[in-house]
Design a protein around this ligand. Structure first.
Ligand SMILES: [Zn+2]
Length: 73
């Protein structure tokens, strides 16, 4: 069931399976919760940059300076 939900969230599920899953979801609170969690997880992962990069210290300081300045505007 979890693999099905994964495919469903990814939009990779066959349309007939989607319909079957949606019918099941309408009656199964357990899977509704799992789907909700999956969707949030997928959303969060998509917000991440491809490879997390640490900001160089100089850039970081400029950023902090800019943010502090923005507080006075
Ligand atoms: Zn279920």
């Amino acid at each position: 069931m979890l693999t099905l939900l994964n495919d469903y969230v990814d939009g990779a599920l066959a349309p007939e399976l989607c319909t079957a899953l949606e019918t099941h979801l309408a009656a199964c609170q357990n899977c509704q919760i799992v789907l909700d969690t999956l969707r949030k997880t997928v959303y969060l992962v998509q917000q991440l940059p491809e490879a997390p990069v640490a900001l160089p210290e100089e850039v970081e300081q400029r950023l902090f300076a800019a943010l502090a300045l923005a507080d006075f505007l």
